[in-house]
Design a binder for this molecule. Structure first.
Ligand code: KIV
Ligand code: ZN
Length: 499
């Protein structure tokens, strides 16, 4: 009999904390429904006290999904717990995730406190949360750098206080796999009552060891893993769901099972990447564009003779099928609808009609329409309600000539236009834009990326613009990269806080 490993997905909390990855409530619901289809056990839906948006998202996600436990994060503070309990009121299965820093660094510098007082606060928070819900998870923040003896005392105390799950985060991504595995083993062996709670891993990837550390935790007794889709998360990210799910599936010898429907992995990865405008690195394990591409002659020869020579995972097992690039200008509405459905998106008829029109327009410019393009089209109306829209753009550029751009904007229905020259087409277009939007703003970061390989591809542009001592993130996508750049700049401006 295999042991069950619970999958706790924190894409919508730890993942969403990444600058530029914020989703609105409708998008979060879309991701939550997809996570339910994927088969995750717990969805961490947000940190309700942190903002009205997070509070509202936890409420709406609680209403939208049925099977997974909905979890809300808090600090070890009564007000946080009150607000989390309120946000969870519609959840069929609910969990409060409360906790406090336990490393000496956190105790001294963050709380100006001492070890005994931290245990008291931890116990009080768990007891308080238990007044609202039966399922309380406790996190010992920075457990990775917390000494094991003290950590064991904290864990024992919170289990006695009623914690049903205890999370051992390697918050800074500091641990070696052997060290993290030994930490879990130490707890399993030294904490009285440990079997009354599930021990959970939560590993960050600062040293590129998040998945290795998570697996070391599992091999030593952890039975819940905290993960995100595509490994997104603060700094270098969190452990990625798809890696852990496929490791335990491939290594039957470990004797662990999850509830993940692995064929939903790829569509989920595409959806999260597209909604968050966060590209997946091409060589990312399991879901990267090159994860199953064999380019060396020796490998290709082997794979042609027998695919098992170089492939340990059948791409179909993670939902990558040969249909990933099938839509062209000749594809009908039904084919588009079907592809969107595979990608986890079911649109009402009017929205489908609009996406189909955009699809045909794009297909005129681009031969093959891939999943990323379709997800972009399906999400394109995200900018529809923006106050400032690009009306037209004309650029002249080339070698040996000055680039010149003229550009028109629609600002709340009023038309404005201007022109400028620059040291390149993007520079000229942005200078023209700045003549209309006359504010002190500085471009801090600018990346252009094509999704597939052709010169007809859709270019994605990510930008950061500083205005009034704040940095705003913007995104644009277009087969014309100058237009995509201007759209990304406008996206930033649309997010400026009002003066
Ligand atoms: O990394 C961390 O320690 C966390 C906790 C808040 C669970 O995300
Ligand atoms: Zn974290």
């Amino acid at each position: 009999m295999s042991d069950r490993l619970f999958i706790f997905d924190t894409t919508l909390r730890d993942g969403e904390q990444v600058p530029g990855c914020q989703l609105n409530t409708v998008e979060k619901i879309q991701v939550a429904r997809q996570l339910e289809l994927l088969g995750v056990d717990v969805i961490e839906a947000g940190f309700p006290i942190s903002s009205p948006g997070d509070f509202n998202s936890v409420i709406e996600i609680s209403k939208a999904v049925t099977w997974p436990v909905i979890c809300a994060l808090t600090r070890a503070v009564q007000k946080d717990i009150d607000v989390a309990a309120e946000a969870l009121k519609y959840a069929r299965h609910k969990r409060i995730h409360t906790g406090i820093g336990t490393s000496d660094e956190h105790i001294r510098y963050k709380f100006n406190s001492n070890r005994e007082e931290i245990i008291e606060r931890a116990v009080a928070a768990v007891k308080y949360a238990r007044k609202y819900v039966e399922d309380v998870e406790f996190y010992a923040e920075d457990a990775g750098r917390t000494d094991n003896e003290y950590l064991a005392r904290v864990v024992e105390a919170v289990i006695k206080a009623g914690a049903t799950v205890v999370n051992i985060p390697d918050t800074t991504g500091y641990c070696l796999p052997s060290e993290y595995g030994a930490k879990i083993k130490y707890l399993m062996e030294h904490v009285e009552g440990i079997h009354r709670a599930v021990i959970s891993t939560h590993c960050h990837n600062d040293h590129g060891m998040a998945t290795a550390n998570t697996m070391a935790g599992v091999l030593n007794g952890a039975r819940q893993v905290e993960v995100t889709i595509n490994g997104i998360g603060e700094r270098a990210g969190n452990t990625s769901l798809e890696e852990v799910a496929m490791i335990v599936k491939c290594h039957k010898d470990i004797g662990i099972e999850t509830n993940i429907n692995t064929q939903k992995i790829y569509p989920t990865s595409r959806m999260v990447s597209s909604l968050m405008n966060m590209p997946v690195q091409p060589n990312k394990a399991i879901v990267g564009r090159n994860a199953f591409a064999h380019s060396s002659g020796i490998h290709q020869d082997g794979v042609l003779k027998n695919v098992q020579t170089y492939e340990i995972i059948d791409p179909r097992d993670v939902g990558i099928d040969d249909n990933s690039i099938v839509l062209t200008a000749r594809s009908g509405r039904a084919a588009l609808k079907n592809r969107l459905h595979v990608l986890g998106i079911d649109l009402p008829q009017d929205k489908l009609d609009k996406v189909y029109e955009d699809f045909l327009r794009l297909a005129d410019k681009k031969k093959d329409i891939n999943d990323d393009d379709i997800l972009l089209l399906a999400g394109a109306d995200r900018s529809q309600n923006h106050r400032i829209k690009l009306d037209y753009l004309q650029v002249t550029s080339g070698v040996g000539v000055h680039s010149v751009a003229s550009l028109g904007l629609d600002i709340s229905g009023e038309k404005f236009e201007n022109c400028a020259s620059g040291n390149g087409p993007v520079d000229a277009a942005i200078k023209a834009l700045k003549k209309i939007i006359n504010r002190q703003m500085t471009l801090k970061e600018f990346t252009i990326q094509a999704i597939s390989k052709g010169s007809d591809d859709v270019g994605k542009v990510h930008m950061q613009v500083e205005y009034d001592n704040r940095v705003y993130y913007g995104f644009g996508a277009n087969t014309d990269i100058i237009a995509a750049s201007v759209e990304a700049y406008i996206d930033c401006i649309n997010k400026f806080k009002p003066d």
